[in-house]
Write a protein that binds this ligand. Structure first.
Ligand SMILES: O=C(O)CCC(=O)C(=O)O
Ligand SMILES: [Fe+2]
Length: 187
């Protein structure tokens, strides 16, 4: 809540709205072990994905490289930093911040020498609520980029597919380009 509140303050999201979303959200924890592999180029540690959390806080326990983020179509390694967390924006915050904070696509690759250990906590919204862009971040010249969706429905759709390829977030995107063309045609 502390981290999310600070982000909300910077973006001028109403505190009540943040509470509604996050105060009774749940947190879970997961540990990942990527054993060394003699032919690392033939396998994937963790397939490319965006986190479906609000925030993910990750500790690369034994500081072995492997995490990569996709930037401008290229995979960039995230070099482990001693005693530091990696904080990832998840799709929930992307929706709430109306796209101001983006959830970045990432993956994990393995190596032939050293196993990699990480531990992540994910923080989520309340299950019986709805996800939608915060009201202060939506205006006539800044339309909502995502449709409002019940959290439960979003995660049901998410579980119906594998952790692969397009996120169900893409199904929620509102296309505004057409509105622009319509405006040009109408005028
Ligand atoms: O092991 C890692 O560094 C990343 C794990 C991850 O992306 C995840 O659990 O969602
Ligand atoms: Fe992840």
């Amino acid at each position: 809540m502390n981290l999310v509140s600070k982000m909300g303050k910077v973006l001028i999201i109403k505190v009540e709205e943040l509470r509604e979303y996050f105060e009774n959200g749940f947190q879970s924890i997961g540990m990942n072990y990527y054993p060394p592999c003699p032919q690392p180029e033939k396998i994937v540690g963790l397939t490319p994905h965006s986190d479906d959390s609000a925030l993910t806080i990750l500790l690369e326990i034994n500081e072995v490289e492997g995490l990569q983020i996709k930037k401008d179509g290229k995979w960039i390694p995230v070099t482990p930093f001693p005693n530091a967390f990696v904080v990832n924006i998840g799709v929930v915050l992307e929706i709430v911040t109306n796209g101001t904070y983006r959830s970045i696509e990432h993956r994990v690759i393995v190596n032939s020498v050293q196993g990699r250990l990480s531990i992540g906590t994910i923080y989520l919204v309340i299950y019986d609520g709805e996800m939608y862009p915060a009201s202060n971040l939506v205006a006539e010249n800044n339309p909502p980029l995502f449709k409002r969706v019940p959290v439960e429905e979003y995660f049901r759709n998410l579980c119906a597919r594998k952790l692969r390829g397009k996120s169900p977030l893409d199904a929620l995107r509102i296309e505004h380009v057409q509105d622009k063309y319509k405006f040009i045609l109408d005028n």
